[in-house]
Design a protein around this ligand. Structure first.
Ligand SMILES: [Zn+2]
Length: 121
């Protein structure tokens, strides 16, 4: 089975590119806001008791997890934008088939078709 270039139109690709850029900008904005607020949490810890310190630690662990997820998402978006630039956007990284456009509408950074993505753990 020959792998063909994407059959999406230029305007469809441009729409996905726009979505990716918007999400990227939003995430970067949240990231800088989160960095500013995490500094406040560290300062607050000096005056709190044991229970609230536990809360603060739990909150910090969650913040770290959220930050990691955000970083991962930013990596996925950057990779999707790179694929767009290289005219390789919309293909599954595993089986090289076209990813369903409906799936891309739901997640413009998707890099695997639904079959390959769902067979992953
Ligand atoms: Zn696939």
């Amino acid at each position: 089975m020959a792998v063909s270039k994407t059959n999406m139109t230029k305007s469809e690709l441009a729409a996905f590119k726009k979505l990716l850029h918007i999400e990227q900008a939003t995430l970067l904005e949240i990231e800088s806001a989160a960095k500013a607020s995490s500094q406040t949490v560290v300062l607050d810890q000096t005056s709190v008791g044991r229970v609230s310190r536990m809360d603060a630690m739990q909150g910090q662990a969650m913040a770290i997890e959220t930050a990691q997820r955000r970083t991962l998402r930013l990596t996925q978006i950057a990779a999707a934008l790179k694929r767009l630039a290289q005219d390789e956007y919309g293909f599954c990284l595993d089986c090289a088939k076209l990813i369903n456009p409906k799936r891309l509408e739901f997640d413009p950074a998707a890099n695997r078709c639904i079959q390959c993505a769902s067979s992953q753990c």
